[in-house]
Design a protein around this ligand. Structure first.
Ligand code: LMR
Length: 344
């Protein structure tokens, strides 16, 4: 099987506007994210897009309903919609793959409970993407266990560059910004440089040691302004760690609009770059930075430029942070071996 036709991609580029082709599974998050993409929230207001929507056979009619709605919304940037249950058709030539599909976690379930179902899905998706997506395809995995699904996808799609496969921890990053902004009663857009380390799970470590707030007298450290280390080192961390479960409890459904919005933030910053002086959190393949063993998809602080991410280096890590970063790495090592045992 051949990869997506690069000539086709080039012609589109030469046509004056790069038509980005985005593949998504169309469930809860999918339904929330498609209008955002079609309105330019993900790739900017001048970027036309073609959406490839994939779902399973029993959802084919509902998927077609979403396609009808997208047509009815008459989005000026939307240059085509392919709604399909065929992974090959869905993956054909896509530049960006947003993987929201997976067996959903229900109230009371841990991520591990959905592991065996989801790693099999991601193994199959890996091969469809590897064979049919555009050569430069950027992949964002959202479905849980997101880090480990991304790792399985990476390992079963060896020809996709490892730097092109990421998972979503921007949702946790945004949650941390939200908690700080609520606690200080400041605009969320004035808070920056929190970090989510590790797994998108309840072991993640939301770290504010380098975070700042823009005030009328310049940038101030979050720790100085909050002035409550007890809250920052305990309740703040657990609130962010447990926010997904709290939303499931309240909605009886997983987060959808905030996840969709965070996915747009993730791809937008990856493709268009992070603002000067700002980093974001992304789950990426570890290169050993900060003593995190290679072979894990781990969330780090990153900056992005010209479509590439780099891990922010040289941040001071205290003993408290070290222990939390190692604990979430340990969980990822265990998840990895559980995932492999499910695939055997
Ligand atoms: C979230 O963080 O909102 C979700 O990942 C929760 C979940 O497990 O579905």
């Amino acid at each position: 099987m051949e990869k997506g036709n690069p000539q086709n991609h080039l012609e589109r580029l030469l046509g004056g506007c790069l038509l980005q082709t985005v593949e998504i599974f169309i469930r809860q998050i999918g339904y929330a994210i498609v209008p955002m993409i079609a309105r330019g929230v993900m790739l900017g207001p001048d970027q036309p897009v073609i959406l490839h929507l994939l779902d399973i056979e029993p959802a084919a009619e509902a998927l077609n309903g979403v396609k009808m709605e997208l047509i009815d919304a008459a989005f000026p940037l939307l240059k085509g919609v392919i709604a399909t249950t065929d992974p090959i058709e869905a993956c054909m030539g896509v530049n960006i793959a947003v993987m929201v599909g997976g067996f959903p976690r229900k109230e009371g379930m841990e991520r591990k409970d959905v592991m065996s179902k989801n790693v099999s899905i991601y193994k199959a998706q890996a091969s469809a993407l590897e064979k049919h997506a555009a050569e430069d395809c950027k992949v964002l995995v959202i479905a849980n266990p997101a880090n480990t699904n991304a790792l399985i996808l990476k390992e079963f799609a060896p020809s996709i560059p490892e730097k092109n496969i990421t998972c979503l921890t921007r949702l946790d990053h945004n949650r941390a910004l939200g908690q700080i902004s609520e606690s200080l009663d400041v605009q969320v857009s004035d808070v920056k440089n929190v970090i989510i380390w590790g797994n998108h799970s309840s072991t993640q470590y939301p770290d504010v040691n380098h975070a700042t707030v823009q005030t009328s007298s310049g940038e101030k450290p979050v720790r100085e302004l909050v002035s409550d280390d007890k809250w920052l080192n305990a309740e703040f961390i657990t609130t962010v760690q447990q926010r997904g479960a709290a939303i499931i409890k309240a909605r009886k459904l997983s987060s959808a609009l905030s996840a969709a919005s965070a996915a747009c933030d993730h791809i937008r910053d990856w493709v268009l770059g992070t603002p000067e002086g700002t980093w974001v959190s992304m789950g990426v393949y570890s290169d050993g930075s900060y003593g995190i063993q290679p072979g894990l998809v781990y969330s780090f602080p990153v900056t992005c430029k010209k479509g590439k991410w780099s891990i922010v280096q040289g941040l001071k890590i205290d003993e408290f942070s070290r222990a939390k970063m190692d604990a979430t790495a340990k969980e990822l090592v265990e998840e990895k071996s559980l995932a492999y045992s499910c695939l055997n």
